[in-house]
Design a binder for this molecule. Structure first.
Ligand SMILES: [Zn+2]
Length: 185
C-alpha cells in the first residue's frame, strides 16, 4: 500500500512570532520531522497570497479577525515570495521541490488544496494520505475534506496539528468524521 504524508502550511507566518501565529506551531517541527522517515513520499501545501488577497482584512479596510459575508478576515500573511510564506527550513529540507503545492493565489479563501486540480488528480494514486500541520481548524480541515473524496484512507494526525481556536477542536473532529476522514491520535 502506497502511503504519503501531507504537511499543511508549516510556514513562518503561522509560527510563533508571525502575523498569524498558531500557538504551538513551532513545537510541531521536530515531531513532524521525526515521522517523515516512515513515508514513501512527502508532500506539502503552502499558503501563498497576492498582496491584496480577498481574505485579508486590509483589502477591505476592516479589522483582522472580524467577518465579512460570513468569512473570517485575517491579518496579512504568507504574501507570495516573502520570507513569511516560506516553509520552515527544518521541514522544507524534507520535501522535494516538485512536491510543494501552492494554494490561495486565486479569489478564494485558499483554505483547501482542493482548489489545486493537478494536486487533486495526483493524489488519487495513493491508498492512504496522512495529514498534519496548521491550522487544524481551517486549512487542515478543509484540505482533508477535499482529499477524502479522492483517497479512501485520508487520515489526520491530530497530535501533529494545531488550531487557531483550539476550543473548537471537538466540533472540528465531528465535521471531519462525518466527511469520512479518519482521526489518528
Ligand atoms: Zn491564508
Amino acid at each position: 500500500m502506497k502511503k504519503c504524508l501531507l504537511i499543511i502550511d508549516m510556514q513562518y507566518d503561522f509560527m510563533e512570532g508571525g502575523p498569524l501565529a498558531v500557538a504551538g506551531g513551532l513545537s510541531l517541527i521536530p515531531k513532524i520531522q521525526k515521522i517523515t522517515t516512515e513515508y514513501d513520499i512527502i508532500f506539502s501545501t503552502q499558503d501563498f497570497h497576492p498582496k491584496n488577497h480577498i481574505g485579508f482584512a486590509s483589502s477591505h479596510n476592516m479589522t483582522p479577525f472580524t467577518q465579512k459575508d460570513g468569512e473570517m478576515l485575517w491579518p496579512d500573511h504568507c504574501i507570495e515570495n516573502t520570507k513569511g510564506a516560506q516553509i520552515v527550513a527544518e521541514l522544507d529540507n524534507c520535501i522535494p521541490q516538485k512536491n510543494k503545492y501552492l494554494k490561495g493565489l486565486y479569489k478564494t479563501n485558499g483554505y483547501s488544496i482542493g482548489e489545486h486540480a493537478e494536486f487533486m488528480n495526483m493524489i488519487k494514486q495513493f491508498d492512504q494520505v496522512d495529514i498534519c500541520g496548521v491550522a487544524f481548524d481551517y486549512c487542515v480541515k478543509s484540505s482533508a475534506i477535499s482529499i477524502v473524496k479522492n483517497v479512501k484512507h485520508t487520515r489526520v494526525l491530530t497530535k501533529l496539528c494545531k488550531s487557531v481556536n483550539p476550543q473548537d477542536d471537538a466540533k472540528i473532529h465531528t465535521e471531519l468524521i462525518s466527511a469520512g476522514v479518519e482521526l489518528i491520535d
